[in-house]
Write a protein that binds this ligand. Structure first.
Ligand SMILES: [Zn+2]
Length: 130
């Protein structure tokens, strides 16, 4: 039986001015999280203010991470046709978990965080196995 389908494209507009430091950081090879000066809570993705109402400061995510999960996408979604099957992973870096693009990873691998532009010019987080 033929099932009719139609394409659905969704565009989200999100305010980014208060977290623009995050995007500028990626361009400079730095991944930032935010940490509350009042209660100490940390956020990744960064938040411009803490849930407790406290002021946050920007902190560089540094050092080694550990791969906690990953998935390889073979059914490439529209808009990613330039990419072969690709792998997205989640790694823990101390008190935050970060999602990034990776190759040939396994759970438990130690990784270093990198930033770079993809083929469409978008800055992304990548993991490099140590
Ligand atoms: Zn707080």
């Amino acid at each position: 039986m033929f099932i009719e389908s139609r394409e659905l494209l969704i565009k989200h507009k999100i305010p980014v001015s208060r977290i623009s430091k995050y995007w500028k950081g990626l361009e400079g090879g730095i991944v930032y999280k935010t940490a509350c000066k009042k209660c100490g809570e940390t956020y990744y993705p960064p938040r411009a203010e803490c849930l407790c109402g406290g002021e946050v400061e920007w902190v560089e995510v540094d050092g080694e991470g550990i791969i906690e999960a990953f998935t390889t996408v073979h059914a490439i979604p529209k808009g990613f046709e330039w990419n072969k099957p690709y792998t997205i992973a989640i790694a823990s870096f101390g008190d935050v978990k970060i999602m990034g693009w990776a190759e040939d990873v396994e759970v438990g691998d130690r990784v270093r965080i990198k930033t770079g532009k993809d083929e469409t010019g978008v800055w992304k987080v990548y993991f490099e196995v140590i």
